[in-house]
Design a protein around this ligand. Structure first.
Ligand code: 6LW
Length: 492
């Protein structure tokens, strides 16, 4: 349900939480966005909106192991930035699984956004961040960031979109204004001009968006006199790292941009914990150059609360896993709820039924029946940075891992049967962005078993491109999850 409250899109994401590298298209008056997903399966979340302002999750573009083998990638490897387009009555999505980086880019299509998505076609080109566009003769161009070049460059080749065959030698295009990491190209048409939109400066504080134009999608392209067209570098704005954008024309002829940004908190250098998030801006045109207005939109405050009792299957698209894909280790439990198995991934990573953290301050309450297993509620940044609370049939324990150090923070007996495991992000007691608190509820009262400085579950400490997720897993034997609740909170 959409709240009547609106907030400024310049400060509030349209997709809060770890949803980076947005690519946008429109089909029959509805907008769709595709996002990076890294080690998490299923890959490439897809969201839908009727008005660009409020969004709902619909599906994933890489839903099966044939598209992206679950649980095989290192953290922040796996599925990088996608491009989503609607062309010739079909959705087209192209991305890169950088885990096996000799594998090239993956191109899939679908008539409906919900799928089925086609078997992947491999485009045997190196690099990351592929874009797909068609010229006036319907010839298909893939434009990408060449990572075998030093420094990286923006290059383009023509492909056969049915087979993925590369039809000519990759040619260098305009590669930006000289900042590091020219990447994230999108080739976009407006009137007689073709535009090459890219990101530069790296996905950290120096991130920018720059643009060039030419009369052919093959270039040559000439940079805009007012580049960068978007950056928050060296500004005091609470949204930082703005870059990696895509643009769309609305049916009424207005233009809008989606871009990523982060919301760092805590003392210098600032820590962001929920990953890179997707924001919305307006675009106006002067002399056929785009000007970005991050203040153009107010958006309904995104509704991030959910409570899942696992009474409808298949699982809601919020659920992902860094291990096996959710349907391979989660099943309906006899008598209701979800039965979570302890099966690990091919690289031995625990399978975690996880949803993204999407708020600054939040609480997650998960009712579990451990049975013969141990039920775990985890706040995860990556394999080496997490904090969790574990319940077996007699005891609850809080455990954290920060880099090479793993530590038990507290242990307590419980009265048996069902246990309500609790995790929270609350206001910091240190110079970090928040405190992460774990514990359990018994007889209506919360018992805190562990508390860590939230910076240890931040990107600035752990490194990488993802954000926090919150999930349940099982150790030793199946456990039952009766309800999984998450929501923003004012609890401090
Ligand atoms: C992505 C690149 C980027 O491929 O970060 O912010 C990389 N931009 O374009 C990982 O998301």
């Amino acid at each position: 349900m959409v709240s009547p409250e609106t907030v400024a899109a310049s400060h509030h994401p349209i997709l809060p939480g770890f949803y980076p590298d947005p690519s946008i298209c429109e089909a029959h008056g509805t907008y769709y966005v595709a996002l990076s997903s890294f080690e998490y399966a299923p890959g490439v979340p897809l969201w839908r909106s009727e008005d660009l302002l409020s969004w709902e999750p619909v599906a994933h573009a890489l839903p099966t192991d044939a598209h992206f083998p679950a649980g095989t990638s290192e953290p922040s490897r796996g599925v990088y930035a996608p491009t989503l387009r609607y062309h010739d009555g079909r959705f087209w999505m192209i991305t890169t699984n950088v885990h096996g980086s000799d594998g090239g880019h993956i191109l899939v299509t679908a008539e409906r956004i919900e799928g089925p998505w086609s078997e992947p076609v491999v485009v045997a080109l190196e690099g990351i961040d592929p874009d797909i566009a068609w010229d006036d003769q319907n010839r298909c161009l893939v434009t990408y960031c060449s990572t075998t070049s030093d420094p990286p460059r923006i290059v383009q080749a023509e492909i056969d979109s049915a087979t993925g065959a590369v039809l000519d030698e990759p040619r260098e295009l305009w590669s930006g204004t000289g900042l590091l990491h020219p990447e994230a190209p999108h080739v976009i048409r407006r009137g007689q001009w073709w535009y090459l939109l890219i990101a530069e400066g790296g996905t950290e504080r120096g991130h920018t968006v720059a643009i060039a134009r030419g009369t052919s999608p093959r270039g040559p392209f000439v940079g805009a006199p007012h580049n960068p067209i978007l950056s928050h570098r060296s500004l005091s704005h609470q949204v930082q790292n703005t870059g990696h954008a895509d643009m769309i024309e609305t049916p009424s002829g207005d233009w809008a941009m989606v871009y990523l940004g982060v919301r760092p908190r805590g003392f210098s250098p600032g820590f962001h914990v929920n990953g890179r998030e997707t924001f919305l801006a307006g675009v106006t045109w002067r002399e056929d150059w785009p000007h970005v207005d991050t203040e153009a939109f107010s958006i309904p405050e995104p509704q991030t609360f959910f409570s899942d009792s696992f009474d409808t299957w298949p699982l809601h698209p919020r659920w992902v896993s860094p291990g096996l894909r959710p349907e391979d280790f989660v099943a309906p439990a006899p008598g209701g709820g979800a039965l979570v198995s302890p099966a690990g991934s091919p690289i031995g990573r625990p399978s975690l039924l996880a949803a993204r953290a999407r708020d600054a301050w939040w609480e997650s309450r998960v009712t579990v029946r451990p049975g013969l297993g141990t039920a775990v509620l985890t706040v995860r940044l990556d394999d080496r940075h997490w904090c969790e609370v574990r319940a077996d049939s007699t005891t609850v324990a809080a455990v954290t891992r920060i880099g090479d150090v793993e530590s038990t923070l507290g242990t307590m007996a419980h009265s048996g049967g069902s246990v309500v495991l609790v995790a929270r992000a609350v206001e910091p007691t240190t110079l970090g962005p928040d405190d992460v608190v774990v514990g359990f509820d018994a007889d209506g009262a919360f018992t805190e078993l562990g508390r860590i400085d939230g910076r240890y579950l931040s990107t600035e400490v752990a490194a990488g491109f993802t954000g926090r997720v919150i999930g349940v897993r099982a150790i030793d034997a199946d456990v039952t999850v009766t309800t999984f609740g998450y929501g923003p909170t004012s609890i401090r």
